[in-house]
Design a protein around this ligand. Sequence first.
Ligand SMILES: [Zn+2]
Ligand SMILES: [Zn+2]
Length: 129
Amino acid sequence: MKSAMMTPDLLPGVELAMVFAERKCPELKGIKHAWCDECDAAHDQEPRQLSHTYHRPKTICWARAITDQAVEHQIGICLHEYGHLLAGDCGSVVDDEAGADLAVLDRMGVEIRYVGPHELQTVELGDLS
Ligand SMILES: [Zn+2]
Ligand SMILES: [Zn+2]
């Protein structure tokens, strides 16, 4: 299986989001990306569950199914997870779903929207400049 050979940060959308997020928020450097069996199990129960954080230290966990998602969704989900980390750290916004997106808007200037039958996070690629 291809996804077993590579780490999630080599996916085009995750890599783009990581480089962008680290440029906007240098304190995010050192956050790692890893496949997670619990994330896979959560995805099997609920299709929109593709990522989580605060499971392993300084790590964003990914379900392997993220490899099937479009780059815009990979970026949107990845930035949302970074938003949880930013919200949890700085304390100026509440670390809930809306708070994570607010942290991304505040700190990176990117609006996260929700589209499709599973209400997946997405971004405008042009916003990542
Ligand atoms: Zn996990
Ligand atoms: Zn979330």
